[in-house]
Structures are given as C-alpha cells and as structure tokens.
Design a binder for this molecule. Sequence first.
Ligand SMILES: NC(=O)c1ccc[n+]([C@@H]2O[C@H](COP(=O)([O-])OP(=O)(O)OC[C@H]3O[C@@H](n4cnc5c(N)ncnc54)[C@H](O)[C@@H]3O)[C@@H](O)[C@H]2O)c1
Length: 284
Amino acid sequence: MLTVINSASYIFQWKNKVRSSEYLIRKEAMGILEGKITVVTGAASGIGRSTAEAFAKEGVAHIALVDVDEQGILLTSEIVKNLKTGFSTHCVDVSEEDLVASTLSEIVSEHGRLDVAFNNAGINHPSSKFHELETENWSEMIKTNLTSVFICMKYEIMHMLESGSGGVIVNTSSGAGIVPAPGQAHYTAAKHGVVGLTKSAASEYGKLGIRCNAILPGLVDTPMIRDASGELTDRAKRTLERISPTGELIKPEQIAQTVTWLSSEGSAKINGQSVVIDGGGIMR
Ligand SMILES: NC(=O)c1ccc[n+]([C@@H]2O[C@H](COP(=O)([O-])OP(=O)(O)OC[C@H]3O[C@@H](n4cnc5c(N)ncnc54)[C@H](O)[C@@H]3O)[C@@H](O)[C@H]2O)c1
C-alpha cells in the first residue's frame, strides 16, 4: 500500500514536472511579435518577402502583404500560409495616395488597429552621371522611393493615433542614406530623405507611443541586384568590391532579423535611429 501511495505521488510529481516544463517550452516558443497586426510593403520579393516570413515565425496575427507584383505576393502568401499566419494580399502601388489610404483603412477596419508597419517597397535605376540624370528618372525615383514612404507613414500614423495603442514603423533606407551611391544621385537623395522622414516622425510621435526607425542595408542578395538571367549586375559586382568587408552579399533573412527586432518590445527605447546593416562596410 505504501508503495502504491509512493508511486502515485511520484507519478503526480513527475506529471507536474512535465506540465511545468511543457509550459516553459510553450512560453519560450512565444514569438516576439505575438498577436501583432502588421503591414509589409514590397512584400512580393527580396527583403519584404523574408521579413514577412520572419514576422510569421515570430507569431504575428496578421500580415497585410502589399506590392505591385501580384504573382510575387501570391508566392509570399504561400510561405505565410504554411506558417499558419493570417494574411491579406493587396496589389497596390504605394506611391498612389488614394490606394494606400483605402488599403490601410481596409486593414484597420478588419483588425481594429495597426501595430507594425514595414515600409520597404523600392526600385533602382541604372547608374548615370549627376549632370546626365534624366529629370524623368529623378521624378520616378523620388515618387517610388521617397514620396511613397511619406504617404504610407502618413496613414499608418493616423491609424496608430486613432487606435490609441501606439505602434512601430520601420522604413527601408540604404547605405546610400548616409553616403552617396556612385552614379545614383536620385537614389541617394531618396534614401537620405527616408532617414529624414524617420527622424521627423520619431521626434513628433515618440511621446505618443509610436516609434520609427530606419534600416540601412548594404548589398543584399535580392532580385534588385541581379539581371534577367540571375547574374549579379556589373554595378552590384563593383559595389560588392567597394563596400563588403568579406566579399559576401548580405542575405535578406539577415535584414529581416533586424527589422523583426526593431518591430518588437526588445527595442522599445530605440527611436529615430538609422541602423546600418552592412557588416561594417560603410566604415571602409
Ligand atoms: N538589395 C539591396 O542591395 C538593397 C540595399 C539597400 C536598400 N535596399 C532597399 O530595400 C528595399 C527592398 O528591395 P529588395 O532588395 O528586396 O528588392 P526587390 O526588387 O527584391 O523588392 C522590391 C519590391 O518592391 C516592390 N515595389 C516596387 N515599386 C513598388 C510600388 N510603387 N508599389 C508597391 N511595391 C513596389 C517590387 O515589386 C518588389 O517586390 C528597397 O527599398 C531597396 O531600395 C536594397
């Protein structure tokens, strides 16, 4: 009888141990963005796609995938779906104010708020000397890589203020946001502008619980730096030579890790900063 009681008590203690370690495992497995309502622009490719995947792995409740590339968004949505994360797809040009406004209203009316916005969509152009840069190219670059960030931020901040629960914005600038990219006066100006928008929003809304930071990647292995046959462009080869301390390209997943952390509570006191992610290349 004594033995039976002892075994029962042993089993009871053992079960409790199992339960508490299960609890610990579950707790440790909680993502750093658990339950967040998020939007990612440029989500159809490269850094945007990797970030959507990282957000899903960190437990967000919803990702609104925004891009002009419908096919690309569908591929990203498959990745997110396989990670059992809620998503919506929005085939939208982020430089079109009316479309951005209605898309963000749709997301917020469906989910009640917006917690995290990653403004990342962007383009590049072939290099040209400053004095030969076509004004048409200048206008397209500024519209897509700078005005679009302003437009997205404007409506994201509006919804974050309305919900009263704060929020986090991360904008994609570039190493060209602090040092000039050769032959890229317009890209350099746009990416410097993104840093300016980031600092303005951080200083204006930090006290209201909205943080805003910029990431400044070095050369990242995405379709942006490859030609139609998948080869690195000559410009990318020259840039790699010039700025990479190890000769390695940065992986989009490595950028996504920083974006995820900047979007999380772990970076709660980081606001208005330009986080260079280039392995130290900018110091060369
Ligand atoms: N790849 C690099 O080396 C590098 C370095 C520094 C900064 N960046 C910046 O990172 C961001 C993401 O670029 P990536 O390297 O992932 O390139 P990418 O070409 O793989 O992705 C860019 C995405 O933005 C989308 N996009 C472009 N214009 C849009 C618009 N008007 N509306 C909606 N979507 C639009 C594209 O369709 C594409 O899916 C860009 O802002 C780019 O300037 C890239």
